[in-house]
Design a protein around this ligand. Structure first.
Ligand SMILES: C[S@@+](CC[C@H](N)C(=O)[O-])C[C@H]1O[C@@H](n2cnc3c(N)ncnc32)[C@H](O)[C@@H]1O
Length: 267
């Protein structure tokens, strides 16, 4: 899916140097797709140091890198190589913005969102809260204004560092930033009163919700609070409705139809 969060023409393959290993694993897995391998070969042709970085950082993708190196790119013009580069960067724009948190904060779903949409879903007073896949901290820092303590788990190093800098700059005392995937959270069972998340649950609902439930206390609440994008959704996420989530809907200033979700977990 193309969101057009960035104009890929303004970026170069150098930004792959900021990518975490799990992102490289995702990007360089589809070795069977010869068009994709060909485009990637062209995109990386003028960036031997980026190829070297990828091989060193993620040795498990060496099969893909070998396939790239077998593609004869000498026959392509500079314009053709640049076209492939732009195509690859646009295709992976979500990862590009994770490397540029200030750009991510300017994407509409973050820029146009108001913390009131979180506060109407859950009373965070005196609560210990986890934000899964915290990103630049849209939900984390909104929650921190109300909660006792907020843990922001985020698998992307650039975003963790961004949040840590923000905490220092704003002298925030009740937020702790950690690594972690929603399907494998680095916390003991029954730790949190509330788990919040935005645009994170959805790749494997059962696994993700089971892991969030594990770290929640009995009677704890899961809140999935999405940002204010432009997408005109036709209804709530049926996978969440099926699993018993209540839903809430509002319209974004760009006319997007935004659904948020909440469930109280009984263990
Ligand atoms: C679209 S951003 C949303 C960021 C933030 N939750 C928000 O709504 O503003 C998705 C975030 O999830 C993180 N992410 C990606 N895969 C993840 C996973 N398996 N577990 C936890 N977070 C993940 C990304 O690094 C990114 O920060």
């Amino acid at each position: 899916m193309v969101y057009n969060w960035i104009d890929a023409k303004a970026y170069k393959m150098d930004c792959f140097l900021f990518f975490d290993r799990w992102i490289l694993d995702f990007i360089f897995q589809n070795i069977e797709d010869s068009d994709y391998v060909g485009d990637m070969a062209k995109a990386l042709y003028n960036y031997p140091y980026v190829k070297e970085f990828i091989r060193k950082k993620a040795p498990e993708v060496s099969g893909f890198m070998d396939a790239i190196d077998r593609v004869d790119c000498t026959k392509y013009s500079l314009a053709e190589l640049r076209e492939a580069e732009t195509k690859i960067l646009q295709m992976h724009e979500t990862f590009v913005v994770y490397a540029f948190p200030e750009v991510m904060n300017r994407v509409n779903y973050i820029r146009n969102w108001s913390p009131e949409y979180l506060y109407r879903l859950v009373d965070l007073t005196e609560k210990t809260v986890l934000d899964v896949g915290a990103g630049t901290g849209r939900l984390t820092f909104a929650a921190a204004k109300m909660a006792k303590k907020v843990y922001a788990s985020e698998p992307c190093d650039c975003l963790r560092e961004y949040m840590r800098d923000y905490i220092k700059q704003e002298k925030i005392t009740n937020v702790k930033v950690l690594d972690g995937f929603v399907e494998n959270l680095p916390f003991e069972d029954n730790t949190f009163d509330v788990v919040i998340g935005g645009h994170v649950v959805g790749d494997d609902y059962d696994k993700e919700i089971a892991e969030i439930t594990r770290v929640l206390k009995d009677g704890g609440i899961i809140v999935l609070c999405n940002g204010d994008d432009e997408f005109k959704r036709k209804g709530p996420d049926q996978e969440l409705v099926k699993r018993g989530f209540e839903w809430f809907v509002h319209e974004s200033i760009e006319g997007g139809i935004i659904y948020d979700y909440r469930i109280r977990v009984k263990k």
